[in-house]
Design a protein around this ligand. Structure first.
Ligand code: FES
Length: 179
């Protein structure tokens, strides 16, 4: 239970908001950090903490791309293929990436290293093709750069120190809705 493992953090989150329901999104981040994805049990717990219905929590989880609804790979690659990025080549880039990793949209590679999916605007339209990897932007991509990053991330992970952020350009603050 999050209340057992993150009691202080939860108290600090609630202290920031005038009413409990406003803390839902912050608590979802806590759950995701703890479990790697938003489990149904976590949604139920958060609903209880915020004194709202679990379906309301689930609707938030389902709306925003920053919440994982299923276990994902170590590196969660979210490629923006929205209009502005599409005009700068995001679609063919995304297709090439899927083919390179031999997965379909939303899939995870068999080694559980990469989950790949396309998302809507991440507010970095001028740097397309771009993606966020575990909430860090990687911008101005082409497949050559992407292959180099994939190789680097595989090496980092096999060395046991892969945090999936070292090679990214900057942290993402974007909230993107699911397509
Ligand atoms: S359209 Fe891709 S970041 Fe805005």
């Amino acid at each position: 239970m999050l209340v057992d493992t993150h009691q202080k953090q939860i108290q600090n989150i609630f202290a920031k908001y005038p009413d409990k329901r406003s803390a839902v999104m912050a608590l979802l981040y806590v759950a995701q950090e703890e479990y790697g994805w938003i489990t149904p049990e976590a949604e139920t717990e958060i609903a209880k903490l915020c004194e709202i219905d679990p379906t309301q929590v689930h609707s938030i989880t389902g709306f925003y791309t920053m919440y994982r609804e299923a276990p994902k790979g170590k590196y969660w690659l979210q490629v923006c293929t929205d209009l502005s990025c599409a005009l700068k080549g995001a679609e063919p880039f995304y297709k090439e990436l899927l083919a390179y990793l031999n997965v379909e949209n939303g899939d995870t590679t068999p080694d559980n290293m990469f989950t790949v999916e396309h998302v809507t605007c991440l507010a970095a339209c001028d740097k397309a093709p771009m993606l966020q990897c575990n909430f860090h932007y990687v911008e101005s991509l082409d497949m050559e750069k992407m292959k180099g990053l994939i190789e680097q991330w595989r090496k980092e992970a096999s060395a046991g120190n892969g945090k999936a952020t070292a090679s990214a350009d900057k942290p993402s603050k974007a909230a993107s809705k699911k397509a």
